[in-house]
Design a protein around this ligand. Structure first.
Ligand code: CP
Ligand code: NVA
Length: 300
């Protein structure tokens, strides 16, 4: 079993992973300590949270990790993802990969012969979305009926995974960004099967009634060549103390991080009392453990 896409997780599996995350957050005992499995982290892009939370998760569960990046492995000299995956799968028990092209994560999973976790692709960030809904559930005590706004680059990987995962847990989704940034039909359609998904280019409209307001960078990894154009396009969608007033009283602010302070979010908001971005980052560890145990088929 793999975790390649938020589209593949059933509502029951999401609930299982969230419950397991809570159990793991409370307890240090690990069902893996006897088998000591090995996790390979194959990263084509930089990472702080996803890499270290998965390494820490595996370490705390009693397994170990090996990190390989595309610059220092034979991928840099043209070895295909497929061939790399085939070999890695004969050395390790599970692979987490961060890739540019989503099709590469699918190729990797097809060749690896061991479970594969999508640690971010151009299309999705499914482990992040699970940590996000887990955090919302912890803070609000529920998910069903809450309204979440994703603000800014509503066509990015985090938006895709979050809209699907949040909708599957019964949250209503509001996507707020410029007209020129068109959300992916595939993910909007998938999310709409479970809940409402509304799209607006107006901050006041889009944030109305929202319990959670979420944002991500305006310039994702791989988009650096269009950085100045994108910063201009998304500038009206900054989360600041003024725009946050459009949301419900007591709305909480989330950011997958890394944040670009002064661009998509101000320091005042990110460090303010509405922000739950820091516990959201911490929860990547607990949810990472749940994902590893689940995919290694070690859930009792
Ligand atoms: N949120 C997230 O995926 O952060 P990293 O890029 O640091 O892993
Ligand atoms: N959308 C961002 C997410 C970073 C965690 C990116 O792809 O760079």
């Amino acid at each position: 079993m793999n975790l390649l896409s938020s589209l593949d997780l059933s509502q029951k599996e999401i609930a299982t992973l969230l419950d397991l995350s809570s159990r793991l957050k409370r307890s240090a005992a690990s069902p893996l300590s006897k088998s000591s499995p090995l996790l390979a982290l194959l990263f084509e892009k930089t990472s702080t949270r996803t890499r270290v939370s998965l390494e820490a998760a595996m370490h705390e569960l009693g397994g170990s990790c090996v990190y390989i990046d595309s610059h220092t492995s034979q991928i840099s000299r043209g070895e295909t993802i497929h061939d790399t995956a085939r070999v890695l799968g004969s050395y390790v028990d599970i692979i987490a990969a961060r890739v540019y092209k989503h099709s590469d994560i699918e190729d990797l999973a097809a060749a690896a012969g061991v479970p594969v976790i999508n640690a971010l692709s151009d299309a999705e960030h499914p482990t992040q979305a699970l940590a996000d809904v887990y955090t919302i559930k912890q803070v609000f005590g529920k998910l069903k009926g809450l309204r979440i706004a994703f603000v800014g680059d509503i066509a990015t990987n985090t938006a895709n995974s979050l809209m699907v995962t949040a909708a599957k847990t019964g949250m209503q989704v509001s996507l707020v960004g410029p007209d020129a940034c068109v959300p992916s039909r595939k993910y909007v359609d998938a999310a709409s099967k479970y809940s409402t998904v509304e799209v607006s280019d107006d901050m006041e409209d889009g944030l109305e009634g929202c319990d959670v307001v979420y944002t991500d960078t305006f310039v994702s990894m791989g988009e650096e060549a269009q950085a100045s154009k994108r910063r201009k396009l998304f500038a009206p969608y900054q989360l600041n103390s003024k725009t946050l007033r459009f949301a419900s009283d007591g709305a909480r602010v989330m950011h997958c991080l890394p944040a670009h302070r002064g661009e998509e979010i101000t320091s005042e908001v990110l460090d303010g009392k509405s922000s739950i971005a820091w516990v959201q980052a911490e929860n990547k560890l607990h949810v990472g453990k749940a994902i590893l145990l689940y995919l290694l088929n070690k859930v009792s």
